[in-house]
Each structure stands twice: as structure tokens, then as C-alpha cells.
Write a protein that binds this ligand. Sequence first.
Ligand SMILES: C[S@@+](CC[C@H](N)C(=O)[O-])C[C@H]1O[C@@H](n2cnc3c(N)ncnc32)[C@H](O)[C@@H]1O
Length: 237
Amino acid sequence: MTDTRIHTVDELLDVLDRVVAASGRGDRSDASAAEYWTGLLSTPGHPLATQLPDEPLVDWAERGLLGELDGARVLDVGCGAARNTRWFAEQGAVVDGIDLAKDLLDQVRPTMPGAVTLTATDVLRDPLPDRAYDVVYDSGCFHHIAPHRRITYLQRVLPLVRPGGRFGIVTFAAERMEAPSDLDVVATGDTYGGMAFSLDDLRTIFAGLTPLDLRPVRTDRPGTFGPDFLNTALFTR
Ligand SMILES: C[S@@+](CC[C@H](N)C(=O)[O-])C[C@H]1O[C@@H](n2cnc3c(N)ncnc32)[C@H](O)[C@@H]1O
């Protein structure tokens, strides 16, 4: 982008992108972070290098909150090494996983069930699937997106949930973690190791949807991924 004077919202957002990119940590939610995420999520012993599905997914499925998963169309946004993507496919769903870490997707693709399609996509900037989904799920992607790009995310992702469908999310929990304020991030460009959101934050940010469940992720469910520093929310559209 040239240094013309801002006169559109897109130009304002682009300038704020540059503030984030110029910070020490850089932007963890654009193409420049692909190598970082591939390395982190394939590091043996890293908590996220697990094959376990998220605790809330298993809980919601048991309680019937996700609707019928057999034959459902699911989108996993920022799917990483696709552990939750795989879980949805094991429940009978046809699942699209998107993530900007192309090399990571290339590594895990051969191990995925046939009903999984993994596509290298920046959810904020690239064309998105031209269809609506029964379930859209985001575990740990949204909280790496700087505050100004949250608007872009909401505009792009929520229309992908079909009317009556579900949007599920897992984020860092502001009740149990230190988190930068939006003002801090906009002023410094530093998104730290991710933003943290309270349950009230999630209710407010996704106010266009109807909440079905908002709670801390539970740590006591064997066979699931459930660290104590996460919140989760499920909405219907
Ligand atoms: C903390 S990891 C979570 C991965 C996976 N969902 C899991 O729970 O195992 C965050 C993921 O979001 C992806 N990501 C971040 N920004 C993104 C964007 N703009 N578009 C697509 N993926 C993005 C990263 O590449 C990374 O794989």
C-alpha cells in the first residue's frame, strides 16, 4: 500500500495491519505467520500437538447441541493440524478445514479421513467457500486476530453459518489469563500470545447470534483437550 491519506475503512484496516506487522511479534494472523504456526503445531510435546478433540465438542455432541452431525457440512476455521476437523469427520460430517499454514496442512492431509478437505486459506483475506455450513467451528484462531480485524472476521465468517446452524468457538479466558486490552493492541501492534476474552466479551462480540452455551472449558473429561485457561461458546444463527 502506498502512503496515500486514509479515506476508506479498508485503508484504515490496512494501516492498522501494518502497525501489527511492525511489532516485535509480527502478525500471527496473516501469511507471514505460516512458518511460525507450522513449527509450533508440529513440535512434539507442545500442548496443541495433540490428536485429542476439544472438550466442548464432545460435550455438545452428547447433549445434542450440535444437531445431527452424520452428513452435516462443517467448516473448521484455523484448523491447524486438524485434530477437531478429524473428530467431526469421525462423527460422519463432511468437513472443510482452512488454515493459512499451508505446509502444516500438506503434512497432515495424508492422515485425514476421506470426508476431510484441507485448504490453505487466510480467513481474513482469501476467497472463502461459496456455501453455508451446518456448523462453523473455531478453536484458537479468533484470539490471534488483532481487534480491528475482528470486524473483518465477523463479516466474513458468520454468513457461512446457515440459518439455524451452529457457530462454536474456543478462546483464551480473560477470567483466568492476563490479556492486553484492545487499546493496548491497537496502540502497540502487539497481540501478545493471543487475546483473551471473558464470557461477557464473547456474548457481546457475537451478539448477532443466539447463545446456546457459554462456559469455561472443562478440564476433567478424559480423552479430550481441556486446559484450564480457555472459554468456549456455542451459538445458533
Ligand atoms: C492456536 S492454533 C489452533 C489450531 C487448531 N484449531 C487447534 O485447535 O489445534 C491457531 C491456528 O489459526 C491459524 N490462523 C491464524 N490466523 C489465520 C487466518 N487469518 N486464516 C486462517 N488461519 C489462521 C494458524 O495458522 C493456526 O493454525
